[in-house]
Design a protein around this ligand. Structure first.
Ligand code: GLU
Length: 447
């Protein structure tokens, strides 16, 4: 049994996109589950379009996701190997230096071409089965601009050969490249790897996937506060499933369950709502400390200071916030819209806001709040929980009209149209702040 060796071979001509993550993940999974080797190979033969910043972005993205590689290569570091192979193939008569008409004055007058045997190449693809391609139409294709400048197809084949790659897993946009790569392989005497071409990923409306469907670079998801576990789980299920409808799959489980033949033939569909749903799931599995940190870093500085000085309140606010978001990045906008300020600072509001729609009389509202004070003032601090507060008030609220009791209470505590229920709020704020805010509301109503 030869050792399984897979590779992820991105060209650093753009950032690491969620679609490419799937190629990386499947290659990584296959290597891991076979105790094989996963290679990261930066394919920067296109000197004009390749950028170091994209290479860094790709590496950062993979590291963040935990798709660690066992070996790293960069094609621009490997020109000597390609040159050696060109010379070898020239000696064998499989490639030749071709005199060309320069396209522009002073342009290149020579390229290196592959002597096409003009035959049908058939290869087996794990997803699609047998694929045949008549290579005649490719002509004597160019494999290098000169001895030091190989083109993509040639470098890929030399590298896969020298690195011992056994399984090529890549996007199906590379299917049409495969026959010419196989011709080069055969000329080099290289073994043929097992090919798996992954189906495209489309938008839910089957159009081309783009940013407006929520498909972003991995680093952008990171900035938006998505979790790597969610991204990997999501990506894994775009075009593969474990044979049942299990939706939550950890990386560890994937290593056990993943199988190449289960990769689906039809295009996969990108659904941002599913990613958000998964992210919410994984967010809730985080420790309270970690979730708290993620939230806190997204608070504006003022709010951060307040949260720091009122840790007890902040700890109780964390689960409330988590309940209302799918991605940590949402915290920033909500905080800026003032959604969290009242947890840490007594709210300011117009007194008429305290009035329930069916009871517009301030004195009556004040009376209700007065009664609430009386009902909760004796609850021991240690037992000031949502349940005890509710128990203390519920019968009275039911009898006097829930809206007319609970609305002013909730508004007095939050100063907002929308907030958690008043029992939960009172618990979060603590007894002292609760009494103070309700007392203040009574004063406003009576003023
Ligand atoms: N550098 C190629 C790309 O980014 C890799 C294709 C392959 O995996 O062979 O499309």
């Amino acid at each position: 049994m030869t050792k399984v060796i897979t590779r992820f071979a991105p060209s650093p001509t753009g950032v690491l996109h969620i679609g490419s993550v799937r190629t990386a993940l499947y290659s990584w999974l296959y290597a891991r589950q076979n105790n094989g080797k996963f290679i990261l190979r930066i394919e920067d033969t296109d000197k004009e379009r390749s950028k170091k910043e994209f290479e860094d972005n790709i590496i950062d993205g993979l590291n963040w996701l935990g798709l660690t590689h066992d070996e790293f290569f960069r094609q621009s570091d490997r020109s000597v190997f390609y040159k050696e192979k060109i010379i070898e193939l020239i000696a064998k008569g499989a490639v030749y230096v071709s005199k060309e008409e320069p396209k522009e004055p002073g342009g290149r007058a020579e390229v290196i071409r592959f002597k096409n045997p003009n035959r049908v190449v058939t290869f087996e693809d794990v997803v699609r089965g047998d694929i045949s391609f008549d290579t005649t139409e490719l002509g004597d294709f160019v494999i290098a601009k000169d001895f030091d400048t190989p083109l993509y197809h040639f470098a890929v084949v030399v590298d896969d050969f020298e690195m011992g790659v056994t399984h090529v897993i890549r996007g199906d946009d590379a299917i049409s490249n495969t026959p010419r790569q196989i011709l080069i392989q055969e000329a080099l005497g290289a073994p043929r790897p097992i090919y798996t071409h992954l189906p495209m990923i489309l938008a839910p409306d089957k159009s081309k996937l783009s940013k407006r469907h929520g498909a972003l670079a991995v680093t952008e998801y990171h900035e938006e506060g998505y979790l790597p576990e969610a991204i990997l789980n999501f990506v894994a299920l775009m075009g593969w499933n474990p044979g049942n409808d299990q939706e939550i799959i950890s990386l560890e489980e994937m290593v056990k369950l993943f199988t190449l033949p289960k990769v689906q033939k039809s295009a996969a569909v990108f659904n941002i709502d599913k990613l958000k749903w998964l992210n919410k799931h994984y967010m809730k599995l985080l420790s309270a400390d970690r979730a708290g940190e993620e939230i806190l870093t997204r608070f504006p500085p003022m709010l951060q200071t307040k949260a720091h000085s009122d840790v007890k309140v902040f700890e109780k606010v964390v689960p409330v916030i988590l309940d209302h978001i799918s991605v940590f990045g949402e915290v920033r906008a909500l905080a800026e819209a003032g959604e969290y300020g009242y947890f840490f600072e007594d709210p300011a509001y117009a007194p008429e806001k305290l009035l329930w729609k069916d009871e517009p009389e301030p004195m009556l509202a004040a009376e209700k709040l007065q009664k609430i004070l009386a009902l909760i003032v004796d609850i021991d601090n240690a037992f000031f929980t949502p349940e005890t507060i509710k128990t203390a008030i519920w019968d009275y609220a039911t009898e006097a009209g829930r809206g007319s009791v609970l609305w002013p209470m909730r508004y007095a505590l939050s100063g907002r149209e929308k907030s958690p229920d008043p029992f939960m709020l009172a618990n979060i704020l603590g007894k002292e702040a609760t009494l103070r805010r309700i007392t203040h509301a009574i004063e406003l109503l009576r003023a």
